[in-house]
Design a protein around this ligand. Sequence first.
Ligand code: SF4
Length: 279
Amino acid sequence: MISLPVAQTSSNVLGQTSDPLEYISASRLKCFQTCRLQYFFRYVAKIRTVTSPALLVGQVVHAVLQAWNLARWRGEDASVDAMANAFAFLWESKADEQKMQWKSAEEEEAEKAKAWRILEHYLQNSPIPLAEKPEAVEVVVERDLLAHGLPPLKGVIDLVRGGGRIVDFKTTARTPDESQARHLNDVQLGCYALLYREATGQPELGFELHHLVKTKTPKVVVTALEPMKALQIQKLLRVMESYVDGVGAEDFVPSPGMQCSFCDYFAQCQRWKGSPLDR
Ligand code: SF4
């Protein structure tokens, strides 16, 4: 029997710290890979940003899926009706928490309806049977990487299905390209593999990416991926080394590209003057 710390709360566990290298996480690595200057604004300067409607939708969808997984794990009501109630509560509380500033009541209603549409579609079409008990939900794990000369790795795994199938939920505006799924998610899944192996002493059985696609007619696309191979772990450790070297050297240069169109720090970036710690 695999022993995992089941159903811990992830809140605050990965909170902001004063030292960006106190620990490594998949989201920090991903941000640094996307744009080092964006990483600086988010994790070093810690500039607060306004929550966009799309981000709120993603947060609420994730929170409802967490409630759904926990309900199944506890043997509680995980029906679509029960999740509709959870959704109504979580929408209000998250919008309050984020101090959302809607342009109009209609805008909020439209976003709320969009969020529920993709959730309802997922709950009705999920490949996970309602009666299936998760192996673990929202597992918080830390792995010591001192042997590799690296800070510890911390992370939260959304869901583990029987036998060690690690599930990650993603909301996306476009239908994902399944042939690129491994390439685009290698860092995140590699981190999950290291964390899962730390927690259980066993390799994962594989991965499932459950994409909730926010098209006009919502879609669910599940991409199944093989367990991490030794070479992929080796490459991940190299990525981590490069990350630690770059952050340690305060090497925060901009990487203009597609990511700029949805960057929270576009205004700060325009004011950047080239000094490592400029805002
Ligand atoms: S606007 Fe683009 S280049 Fe500037 S910080 Fe954001 S992602 Fe980086």
